[in-house]
Structures are given as structure tokens and as C-alpha cells.
Ligand binder design. Structure first.
Ligand SMILES: *[C@@H]1O[C@H](CO)[C@@H](O)[C@H](O)[C@H]1NC(C)=O
Ligand SMILES: *[C@@H]1O[C@H](CO)[C@@H](O)[C@H](O)[C@H]1NC(C)=O
Length: 206
């Protein structure tokens, strides 16, 4: 094998490894790595799907639901991501990666509800047959209802949000679902089991 061919093969292998390791990080709207120490607004990547993610008072009662602002205004609440880790020592960095279980919580929000502002898979809505995303802590073993994941789409910087906590419980058989919007009485709720909503992460104070 000629030196030149060897060199270009090495380059191709390096390029492949470099891009595949790059690809495992979640990127924000500035193409920078999403960090567990920072706050991010989540918003649709395509227009006419609503504005930033926010808390929705669906029925004048608690808990509050995860949903989207009706228009693309500077409203809504930022979230923080907390990666799942089996033990507290294997936290090598603060970067958020794709296809990994993590908790999502609206940050610096005070509500009149006792529930936390952490995202949680809620009930299967009888009318739509879709599982709504609510807020609160899943107190059951494993807290599976609180673990979401960010998955890649075909476009760099654009993602889907899934519920499929197989990192938290590799032996469990979940009915996994991907988040999309659900319109109800002029409000936009975030729910699994429909058309997936492509989203972007916009760092707060940008
Ligand atoms: C809202 O609450 C009322 C009374 O608790 C109930 O009858 C109604 O079905 C609820 N609506 C929704 C959308 O959950
Ligand atoms: C939710 O309910 C609908 C019917 O009401 C059903 O088709 C669907 O499978 C249910 N989803 C889950 C995850 O159980």
C-alpha cells in the first residue's frame, strides 16, 4: 500500500471518528455544546408550531403541564438538563449528549403548585390517546417518568425529545414515545405519541 493511500485512509478514519464523537454532543443554536450548568429555552425548529416551552395551567389546577407559548415571543421559561449517572463519580464533564437519559426541569420558576417543575410523563389523555407531559417528581422506584432523552434529527442542531429511559433501566420494556404538540382549547401542550416536534436549544442570556 502506498504511503499516500495509507495517509488518506488514516485521514478518513480520523475524520469519521472526529465527526462521530462530535455528533454525540447536543448543540445549541450557536452550535456550542449544551451544558448542564446553563439554562436553555426550548423552541420549535419550524414556524407555526408555537413559541418557547413553558408551563401551562391546563385546567385551573395542579400539576402544571409542559407546553408551548402560542407565539414566538420572548416569553416562556428556560430549562436545565441533568444527566442520569449511575454513580456520582463518573461525571467527567458537564456536556449533554444525545441518546442519554436526563432530567429536564424549568429553572428559576416559582408556581403555586407543590409539585416540582421537573418534567414527567403524565396520563394518557383519553380524548387524544396521547401521553401528556406534566410537571412533578416521579416518586416510584427508578423515577422512570422523569427521564427524557434528546435524539438527533437529520439536521445539525435540531433534535427531538423522547421518553425511553433504557439507560436508567436497561432491562425494562418501555412503550417509548417522542414529543410533539397537542392543541387543546387554544393552548399548545407537549405530548408523546404524535408527530414528533423538531426543537432547538437557545442558551439564556445570548
Ligand atoms: C377540568 O376539570 C373539570 C372539573 O374537575 C373536569 O370536569 C374537566 O373534564 C377537566 N378538563 C380537562 C381538560 O381536564
Ligand atoms: C393511550 O390510549 C390510547 C387509546 O385511548 C391507546 O391507543 C394507546 O395505546 C395508549 N397509549 C399508551 C402508551 O398506553
Amino acid at each position: 500500500m502506498s504511503m499516500k493511500l495509507y495517509a488518506s485512509l488514516t485521514f478518513v478514519v480520523w475524520l469519521f471518528m472526529a465527526t462521530s464523537s462530535l455528533a454525540q454532543y447536543v448543540l445549541d443554536t450557536n452550535r456550542e455544546r449544551v451544558d448542564s450548568d446553563d439554562e436553555y429555552y426550548i423552541r420549535p425548529a419550524i414556524t407555526d408550531n408555537g413559541g418557547r416551552f413553558t408551563l401551562i395551567n391546563r385546567n385551573r389546577s395542579c400539576p402544571l403541564y409542559v407546553g408551548l407559548e402560542n407565539t414566538d415571543t420572548p416569553l416562556g421559561y428556560p430549562v436545565k438538563f441533568t444527566p442520569f449517572s449511575r454513580n456520582n463519580n463518573d461525571d467527567d464533564d458537564d456536556d449533554i449528549r444525545v441518546n442519554r437519559d436526563l432530567r429536564v426541569a424549568f429553572d428559576e420558576v416559582s408556581t403555586t403548585c407543590v409539585q416540582s417543575t421537573e418534567w414527567r410523563v403524565g396520563e394518557n389523555d383519553t380524548r387524544s390517546g396521547r401521553r401528556l407531559i406534566i410537571t412533578g417528581r416521579d416518586e416510584t422506584t427508578g423515577s422512570y417518568g422523569n427521564y427524557f432523552r434528546i435524539v438527533e434529527t437529520e439536521n445539525v442542531g435540531i433534535y427531538n425529545i423522547q421518553w425511553c429511559p433504557t439507560e436508567v433501566c436497561p432491562t425494562c420494556r418501555f412503550i417509548c414515545g417522542t414529543g410533539g404538540i397537542l392543541r387543546e382549547n387554544g393552548r399548545i401542550l407537549f405530548a408523546l405519541d404524535g408527530t414528533p416536534l423538531p426543537v432547538m436549544f437557545q442558551k439564556k442570556d445570548d
